[in-house]
Design a protein around this ligand. Structure first.
Ligand SMILES: [Zn+2]
Length: 470
């Protein structure tokens, strides 16, 4: 359905009003965040699963207290004979053609990691210089309280008789790779189906410049085996005339990049990232690149890590140095890991990679294929009304234009959301910033960035209440 552009703009009076309401709700939101941070719910086998139950119950209680949902429940799915972690779902049905908006976050957290590196107790929320420190303070308990506060602000602004539909999905095993996610989606379609899915689990560009994560690269990995001989032979007797599998493999793998370090596989898709300031110097610092070692590839740094393909050989099975003898190796295995650009189908990328390998394998060596992994990339639907409204809401909330950012890796569950709900517009928003250190010791959320995220999501829902999309 076509939504006129000017119906997606916010006027300054309603923005100011929403900011006031979020300010009023903020102390409670911070207290809620603190309570959640104190529950160490970690979905890894080595940790106490009871904490995940407590965490899910605490989250369910917070959404139940809003009093606006027709259903708030803790549910689980199964996969491979194992029951998954508890997730919280809630739904209030849209009325009169208004959009149904699903708000996603996760309540499980990463393990704390090396405790000696933490400057504050890892599960004790601690405010220092405008940031709240603690495991999960950003990733992703800040996402939960952002959704909660946006709903409360919606009710404060419109009363409890609003028409926009709101659903909640707070997963409990994201940091463990979401093993039952796909089955959970399939089993709970009725609660989760939506016109728009807001995934609050990413980052802003800075603490003051908001961002939508509009691209994620996908993944194609392929194990190969290269064989030149039917058994190992003495290098002193045959070396010089008979090719060994290691030399053949290394020459083949070296063909995957050109002289500039760009991926040499022909036909792969690539595009351009937004023009944001990200220098090679910053790349060097962030990655720990050694002095004197050059970056590889061409185009802007962000093109190279967000919107162009990359190839890395991540493992080789061959003779170890300790066990090596003077022989020509008959066969070598390698695992090639390829990040693919947004807009590229994994199956197509795999076919192009295989064609390259078959064209470049030297000496007529035998090439065979082992295990394959495929993960879809993501590209936000920028023509949809939801992205335009999200941009307008973020820009109004922060007072700075929202920018489009990418992630060079993938968020695997996004691909599942796309497959199960192909008609939904997916928005990947965030409460984090470049200093949030999600997954690392000293994780934190910036208080004003969190407040901005809450204002933006409130504005989105309030405006959504005016839109007729169905
Ligand atoms: Zn997360």
């Amino acid at each position: 359905m076509n939504i006129p552009e000017d119906s997606l703009r916010h006027d300054s009076i309603s923005v100011a009003l929403v900011k006031e309401k979020v300010d009023a709700a903020f102390p409670v939101a911070i207290a809620n965040l603190g309570d959640l941070v104190r529950i160490p719910g970690i979905a890894w086998d080595a940790f106490d699963p009871q904490q995940l139950e407590l965490s899910a119950e605490a989250v369910a209680a917070l959404f139940r207290e809003t009093g606006i949902f027709e259903l708030v429940e803790i549910r689980r799915a199964e996969a491979n004979g194992k029951v998954g972690a508890p997730a919280v779902v809630a739904r209030r049905e849209a009325r009169n053609g208004r959009p149904q908006v699903l708000l996603y976050a996760h309540h499980d957290v990463q393990p704390p990691g090396d405790l000696s590196v933490w400057n504050t107790p890892e599960f004790q929320p601690t405010l220092i210089d405008g940031r709240i420190f603690g495991r999960g303070a950003a990733d992703d308990k800040a996402g939960i309280v952002t959704h909660l506060t946006a709903i409360k602000t919606l009710v404060e602004t419109l009363g409890s008789d609003f028409e926009v539909g709101v659903s909640i999905f707070i997963e409990g095993e994201e940091e463990a790779g979401s093993p039952t996610f796909r089955n959970f989606l399939e089993a709970n379609r009725d609660v989760l189906a939506a016109d728009v899915i807001i995934v609050a689990d990413s980052a802003n560009w800075t603490t003051t410049i908001p961002a939508l994560t509009t691209t994620l690269r996908g993944l194609v990995s392929q194990v190969i085996e290269v064989q030149t001989l039917d058994h190992a032979v003495h290098s002193g007797m045959f070396g010089g005339a008979v090719p060994d599998a290691m030399t053949a493999t290394l020459r083949l793998l070296a063909s995957l990049h050109d002289e500039a370090g760009d991926v040499a596989v022909e036909g792969l898709h690539s595009s351009k990232a937004a023009e944001l300031d990200f220098t090679e110097e910053q790349l060097r610092i962030d990655s720990g690149l050694l002095d004197g070692v050059s970056a590889i590839g061409t185009g802007s740094i962000l093109d190279r890590i967000w919107t162009k393909p990359s190839i890395t050989v991540i493992g080789i099975d061959a003779m170890s140095v300790a066990m090596s003898s003077n022989t020509l190796l008959p066969s070598v295995k390698a695992k090639i890991s390829m990040r693919i650009a947004p807009g590229q189908e994994p199956q197509d990328a795999l076919a192009l990679l295989r064609a390259h390998l078959e064209n470049h394998v030297p000496f007529g060596a035998k090439l065979s294929y082992g295990e394959v992994e495929l993960g879809k990339p993501f590209e936000a639907n920028s023509a949809g009304w939801a992205k335009k409204l999200a941009e307008a809401s973020l820009s109004a909330a922060f007072g700075n234009d929202s920018v489009d950012i990418g992630i060079g890796g993938s968020i695997p569950f996004i691909a599942d959301l796309l497959e199960v709900f192909p008609a939904a517009q997916i928005l990947v928003t965030g409460v984090e910033d470049a200093d949030s250190r999600a997954h690392s010791p000293n994780e934190s959320v910036h208080v004003d960035t969190l407040r901005g995220a809450m204002v933006a999501e409130s504005l989105f829902l309030i405006k959504g209440n005016d839109l007729r999309v169905n």
